[in-house]
Design a binder for this molecule. Structure first.
Ligand code: DP6
Length: 354
């Protein structure tokens, strides 16, 4: 606990990944608590790197001096980030006396259609946590540090709280996982994940990289009055129970079945909202058909999921890489925007860079 505000300055830097949800977070309660538990894993290549330069002093008022993305000042993000960091001062009072400059770099290919907010907000939360740790002499790693960063990341973007760990991460309380919480993410124990699920690949098939017509935040809000709200909470609970069982026992088909059910249910919820909307494109549907028939024909365990957008994540064990790559090149890449897809895989979580 800090007593008084010391005069200090320095720089912290973190790299943090995007994550892909298998059981979806859709709908929230204030303040950014999930309507249902969700499960995801982080990616290896899709990361955001953030360096935060800070000056702290009793006579300084909170101020974001600048925010750049890939070397260019970015006014559009600066406002959201300034509001976020100013809100965190309830938990980190030193922020009220901080002058910050933030430089961020995203590894995501330009307009990849992958949400970078989970990577960005988890990296920001880690930077603030590191500044606090340096001021108090606490550790900048370990479970307590990561749990607090996850709590803070959640306040920026719900799914960001799942980007703090490698392996499978759950967010939202469920009786099936001890330590799971609505407040922050929680990594599943090694013993809860069969070795067949420890090296998954994710081919991100870019169908359309343009900004979505309806943002995730607007979609979450439509769940407040959704006619299937209660059923969705029940379904997510049931799917969580089933996927946790599949992960533990190594039941790949059940894992894939639940994942695809979650993706299609998410989009059905969008269609049955008031007003209803469709984020899938004709090529999304064509790809879904081709993926399912490839699986039936070849018995390759490759399954799809979708975030709140038209792009497909094709998830499969790394051991099937050759077969899946061949399939993508022959049957899917022609349906991708400019033939683009990203060859990503499960990562190990954030990395401290300085
Ligand atoms: C469909 O975390 O982007 O990707 O909390 O409003 O920032 P906010 O929403 P966000 O929602 C992600 C929704 C999803 C499913 C998921 O990642 O679980």
């Amino acid at each position: 606990m800090l007593t008084g505000i010391p005069n200090t300055s320095g720089s912290v830097e973190w790299q943090s990944p995007a994550n892909i949800a298998l059981v979806k977070y859709w709908g929230k309660r204030p303040v950014q608590w999930p309507m249902n538990p969700s499960l995801s894993f982080v990616l290896k290549e899709s990361v955001v790197r953030i360096r935060m330069d800070y000056e702290i002093g009793a006579d300084i008022d909170f101020h974001l001096r600048g925010f750049s993305l890939n070397g260019q000042d970015n006014e559009a993000f600066a406002g959201r980030i300034e509001r976020y960091l100013s809100g965190l001062s309830t938990f980190f009072p030193f922020l009220r006396h901080a002058r910050l400059s933030i430089h961020s770099h995203s590894s995501f290919p330009h307009s990849a259609g992958i949400a970078s907010s989970a990577a960005a907000f988890s990296a920001l939360a880690l930077c603030v946590g590191s500044i606090e740790a340096r001021m108090t002499g606490k550790e900048e790693s370990g479970s307590e540090f990561l749990r607090k960063a996850s709590f803070m990341a959640r306040l920026g973007s719900g799914s960001a709280c799942r980007s703090l760990w490698g392996g499978m991460v759950i967010w939202g309380h469920t009786k099936w996982v001890a330590g799971s919480s609505d407040d922050h993410g929680c990594r599943l124990d090694e013993g809860a994940v069969h070795e067949d699920f420890r090296q998954l690949n994710d081919a991100v098939l870019i169908v359309d990289s343009r900004t979505k017509k309806v943002s995730s935040s607007e979609g979450h809000a439509l769940m407040h009055t959704h006619p299937f709200r209660k059923q969705r909470v029940e379904q997510a609970g049931h799917n969580m129970e089933r996927i946790l069982g599949a992960l533990r026992s190594g039941h790949m088909d059940l894992f894939g079945e639940v994942m695809e059910n979650e993706a299609l249910s998410l989009h059905s919820l969008m269609m049955s909202s008031t007003p209803g909307y469709i984020l899938m494109h004709p090529n999304t549907i064509l790809m879904i058909d081709r993926i399912r028939s490839f699986r039936q024909r070849t018995h390759t365990p490759a399954y799809l999921t979708l975030d709140a957008g038209p792009n497909i994540h094709l998830i499969y064990p790394a051991s099937h890489k050759e077969a899946v790559r061949g399939f993508i090149v022959e049957e899917l890449s022609s349906l991708c925007e400019d033939g683009r897809w990203i060859d990503d895989r499960m990562g190990e979580g954030p990395v401290a860079l300085g």
